[in-house]
Design a protein. Structure first.
Length: 488
């Protein structure tokens, strides 16, 4: 039996059976149908069914457990994915194991695992991942319904070593750092007690404190500055460091990284940009009480478990690390070797992780690439470049084989559109956007052709170019050979 705060009691077997049976039903129709047994709460079951649909791809390990309960739909949208949660766990384990001394222990010879306090527990996906590598985990969530569901879910998942609490975090001077409201009822969770991080943590003694501050104000509107999130981490920073050496923060992928670093100071040791499926998913910040200097920035791209191996690989994530000083240098435009801009060469498009990290300023200094322009973040690579180099770059972006290099003028646009009626289109750093260029070309989406309209600074006279390319297949699977044939 499972009992939630609303005094809802039900048989786990009958609940999971109902959820599985109606997994693909229309939720609105199901609620109106009256098909719910007397011992199953309709709202809880409906929310669980909706969240489970998201979990099928987002957290597949949880989806395989139909007995898990999800009282709030929003929690399923806001929770970490399984991939990003595992990345956090791997990062926590890595920093703890490789980092000199904590509490007088030489970690190189110490078998102790880290103790992690998750002060903004939510659905509990991050706490679950932490429990796989930690000695003990403290999960705290201010919404008592969510905390009760997490406790039941942890038990169903067979998690051990997770302590569940439900408190609202307040700043050290006693002022509540915002108030999360129930997204469905608009009411505050008055049942949770307001306490400082010190009182919440008690005698837990964490090595790492994890927080995912809520990015909504008390009235439900979005906030963007870190100090406006709940809890206010900058205001709590000194107190948090008195409780543990490391603070790990998850922040919005839309956050301004320069502003974050400025606001949090020189205890920021590492900044990680996580991307998957062509989207920037999260920004992670690792702060170290004993570190005072310039942080490193890591761009990480998820390819699937087991898809990436060797140096720079972490649980299916490819990683590329940069120094902050290097990222802040002015844009370079290669050596000006325009000979590479030819048929058969490769065009490289950096992925979201590299772009968010600001690595477009440094790629042509780290690798033998020619940048098309200071504000055109595309690169040319010789097709004969080593496979190792291309494999490394492909982990963080896409390659295209250049078929034609044309001036961006009316004649070229008209002829190219007729020659390639089906193609993907991208415009960057020219006087028209992608939709406008697509309309001028008159092409429909499809085929393996990709037409780029790009500003180029490599040539003696700066000009806008029309590059006709073909998608370069993944070299790990089927090889990547230039195809310059004119046939479609």
């Amino acid at each position: 039996m499972v009992i939630l705060r609303q005094k809802i009691s039900y048989s786990m077997e009958s609940f999971s059976e109902f959820v599985t049976k109606h997994e693909n039903d229309d939720i609105a129709g199901l609620l109106l149908s009256g098909k719910f047994p007397d011992n199953i709460d309709p709202g809880l079951a409906a929310n669980t069914i909706e969240v489970r649909r998201k979990m099928k791809r987002k957290v597949p390990s949880w989806y395989r457990h139909p007995e898990l309960v999800y009282p709030l739909k929003l929690s399923g949208e806001q929770c970490s994915s399984e991939a990003t949660a595992m990345y956090k766990a791997a990062l926590a384990e890595r920093i703890f194991r490789t980092d000199g001394r904590i509490c007088g222990h030489d970690l190189g010879n110490c078998c102790r695992k880290p103790r992690i306090a998750d002060l903004t527990g939510g659905l509990g996906v991050d706490s679950w991942a932490f429990s796989l590598i930690a000695d003990a985990v403290l999960y705290n969530e201010m919404n008592p319904d969510l905390a009760a569901a997490a406790e039941a879910n942890f038990a169903a998942l067979g998690c051990s070593g997770i302590t569940v609490k439900s408190f609202m975090t307040v700043s050290s001077h006693g002022k509540t750092d915002g108030s999360r409201r129930d997204p469905e009822t608009g009411t505050g969770h008055t049942a949770s007690r307001e306490m400082t991080p010190e009182n919440i943590i008690g005698d837990f003694r964490p090595d790492i404190i994890f927080m995912d501050p809520a990015r909504r104000s008390a009235d439900g509107s979005k906030v963007f500055l870190l100090e406006h999130c709940s809890p206010d981490v900058p205001a709590l920073q000194e107190e948090l460091f008195s409780l543990g050496r490391y603070i790990m923060l998850k922040v919005s992928p839309m956050a301004d990284t320069d502003m974050l670093l400025k606001r949090l100071g020189d205890t920021v040791r590492q900044l990680h940009i996580l991307a998957a499926g062509g989207e920037c998913k999260e920004i992670l910040i690792l702060m170290d009480r004993e570190f005072h200097g310039e942080c490193t920035v890591t761009a990480a791209n998820f390819h699937g478990y087991g898809a990436v191996t060797g140096p720079g690989a972490c649980n299916g994530w490819a990683e590329m690390e940069f120094t902050l000083a290097g990222l802040r240098e002015n844009d370079c435009c290669g050596t000006g070797n325009s000979d590479l801009l030819r048929e058969g060469a490769l065009l490289y498009e950096p992925g979201k992780a590299l772009m968010k990290a600001g690595a477009f300023r440094i790629l042509d200094r780290r690798f033998p690439l020619e940048k098309l322009g200071r504000f055109t973040h595309y690169y040319i690579l010789d097709a004969e470049a080593s496979g190792k180099l291309r494999d490394e770059l492909e982990d963080f972006g896409k390659f295209f084989v250049i078929c034609e290099v044309l001036p961006l003028d009316k004649r070229s646009i008209k002829e190219t559109g007729k020659k390639y009626p089906e193609a993907e289109v991208t415009a960057r750093n020219i006087k028209m956007d992608t939709d406008t260029l697509r309309k001028k070309l008159g092409v429909s989406s499809g085929d393996s052709v990709h037409i780029f309209g790009l500003r180029c600074d490599l040539l003696p006279e700066r000009k806008d170019l029309l590059l006709v390319t073909r998608t370069c297949s993944n070299r790990r699977n089927s090889g990547c050979k230039p195809d310059t044939s004119e046939g479609r």
